[in-house]
Write a protein that binds this ligand. Structure first.
Ligand code: ZN
Length: 172
């Protein structure tokens, strides 16, 4: 019987080989933003449509382009399926929960290796303590990435890019 790590690897590879919501949206009306992770060379081009469907601003459509390592691209694919159809408020909870999972918070930091590159998840300790209980679904498969601090930015790139897109889309 395959272990959890094998299952997680399968999920990551599945999203990498068959990325969800791959493509472009016409912009405008969609908002187009780019994200770049210079540590690894990952690029994300994100298109997002936000409409007010009655429950507040909602991600009505999202498309992802770009290229990079399997972690960054599979994370972008999982993110896109997780947020599509969700309200911006729900997406913020999901983002906080995902970043909490990706955080080195609470782990043994005594070796101190890679801290400078890994600590920047954009959350302070208080945010992490208040991380909402959210079902992360396939995103759980990225849990193992936290063991490789240099890869954390690969996993969080698409989320940071989405946050930027939401900000641009809702501020105009
Ligand atoms: Zn990467």
């Amino acid at each position: 019987m395959p272990g959890l790590e094998d299952l997680y690897r399968e999920i990551i590879l599945d999203h990498y080989r068959s990325p969800r919501n791959r493509g472009e949206l016409e912009s405008p009306p969609a908002t187009r933003v780019e994200g770049f992770n210079p540590l690894c060379g990952d690029e994300i081009v994100l298109y997002v449509d936000i409409d007010d469907a009655g429950d507040g601003p909602t991600i009505s459509d999202i498309k992802i382009g770009g290229q990079g390592c399997s972690i960054s691209q599979s994370s972008a694919s999982m993110m896109s399926s997780a947020v599509k159809g969700k309200t911006v408020a729900e997406v913020e909870d999901l983002t906080t929960a995902f970043k909490a999972m990706m955080s080195i918070h609470g782990q043994d930091l005594s070796e101190g290796e890679g801290l400078e590159e890994s600590g920047d998840t954009g959350l302070d300790d208080e945010d992490l303590d208040e991380a909402p209980e959210v079902n992360l679904g396939d995103l759980e498969a990225l849990r193992g990435v936290v063991k490789f601090p240099v890869r954390i930015k690969c996993a969080t790139l698409s989320w940071n890019t989405l946050a930027q897109g939401i900000e641009e889309a809702t501020s105009s």
